[in-house]
Design a protein around this ligand. Sequence first.
Ligand code: KG4
Length: 339
Amino acid sequence: MTVTILGIESSCDDTSAAVIRDGTLLSNIIASQAVHEAYGGVVPELASRAHQQNIVPVVSEALRQAGVGRAEVSAVAFTRGPGLMGSLLVGISFAKGLAAALGVPMVDVNHLSAHVLAHFIRRPGEAFVPPAFPFLCLLASGGNSQIICAYAYDRMEVIGQTIDDAAGEAFDKCAKVMGLGYPGGPVVNKLAAQGNPRAFAFSRPQVPGYDYSFSGLKTSFLYTLRDCLKTDPSFVEHHKADLCASLQQAIVDTLMAKLAAASKDLGIRQVAVAGGVSANTALREAFRSYGERLGWTIYIPPLAFTTDNAAMVAMAGYFHYLDGRFCSMDATPFARVTM
Ligand code: KG4
């Protein structure tokens, strides 16, 4: 029997729909929302409105590109949380309406575990070896920095997480004070390529266990700028590349050190990375060199599956569908939820 899952993602500022058939990705459409750029961050109310505008064309295009008719959809999978409440409500309401109209079940998906399960998406014609359980996954995004131990597709444990800011937030906030726009991570990544990662020594947080903290790094970055701007008003302009490279190095070092400790302590050497920050070139490079040095088998997602996307939601939905784990029509979104 063929299983065709339509996935819908609307947890933050990307409206996305994807179709997965028997574990193979047929389409993945993402409409990003440029409206937030002018505000230097996501404005929840504007995000909900943009989702309302985007969701119908995005879902139609996902079905069209997949070559799948509505009658062929086996179930509608949607992100139930965590995320922005208004944004989640758009996706879940649409999923309910569509599932009811098609007479198919709904599958609710945890956004964080969907990021981890992105490593199981098979693309047509691609040589593909998914991770075997258990594996560790570093999930680094604008809202989360976690180390997750995945024992099974539906059994994951967060063994470490940020106690304050997320890694992506540190990229974005430091980029904002340099006037680099939003989201800052990709711009910092680009500028860092021309800079010296040892030019500035920003503080590396000391937090027990596998937890992270990025607020001290952000403060150390701000204080460096404040002090240097007193004597040189064009300091940022002249040192942008070095500032970006040093900031990026501090974030990557911090993320990798805890991950390496977790891998050593738990004896798990299958190690994956996920989330928006996993698009970062230096982090991907660090993964490769840690992998070689420590004998890890590494899993780095294709760029299309790093930031928020519905392919990962459809993938998670596919696993749930095979187990017959559906949700009811009275399901409500969760703004905050762990695994
Ligand atoms: O997973 P994601 O799309 O969703 C949220 O959690 O919102 O992650 C977005 C985050 C942003 O903070 C963005 O700056 C960061 O991922 N990001 C990057 C890069 N691309 C996206 N950070 C560093 N380097 C990149 N190349």
